[in-house]
Design a protein. Sequence first.
Length: 256
Amino acid sequence: MMSRNNNAGIIQLLATAMMVLCCFGQRIQAQDGKGSAHLDSLLHRIYREDQAVRQYSLNMEGMDEDSLMAYIQRMTETDLRCQTAVFPILDSLGIPEGLSDTSYSALFLVVQHSDLEHQRKYYPLFEAGAEKGLIEPSDVATMLDRILMHEGKPQVYGTQTFSQMKTIIVKAGEDGKPENGTGTAHTSESVNYLWPVENADSLDIRRARVGLPPIGTYMEIFGEMGMTLVWDKDMTVEDASSIKTGQKQEKPIQEK
């Protein structure tokens, strides 16, 4: 159930968005610039909200089930508040010119974190925005990959991952004593998988065209953050969907 505070937040953001739209109408007539300033202010706030709730996810290790559910609800409510403000702006103004980079990032993130219906609806706006130099081509590529993943299709640019719990086989302790009688021990951790990619051999060429780093660098970033990213080029969409839903168990990872 949605909290009373969340309802109040939605009403406040929606009221601000309506004021912004009115100011943009005035700007069209009077060219006074107030609309851009109001819109930038609103979108900067939305950007901070979107990122703040996701920054919290970096501290989720060891979180109990109740805390995890509370976090998921908090993130869902935050996304709904942001969507309530941003969608009317996109519907009325499209991708406006003259905004800051942070504001354009906010527009992208809110749609990227919405459902498939709205991603499909607004994707052409972002595609057109990239052609005008307003939206980063890498953001458009990321949104396209998200849409394709949600549609159960291979992605194009290799930006989308999914996670699942997986068994990790580790070596015995430094004292050389087997930890489970076989010289190895088993543990579980959340493993990230790269969603299947079409024409995997030319992936880095496509990534370079939209300003994304090579896929190897992308995987190294996961490692630097202490996370495992697995890319199985032979994995099909059907395999990935089964793993994602827990219907298929992958072979344990042998930790070196």
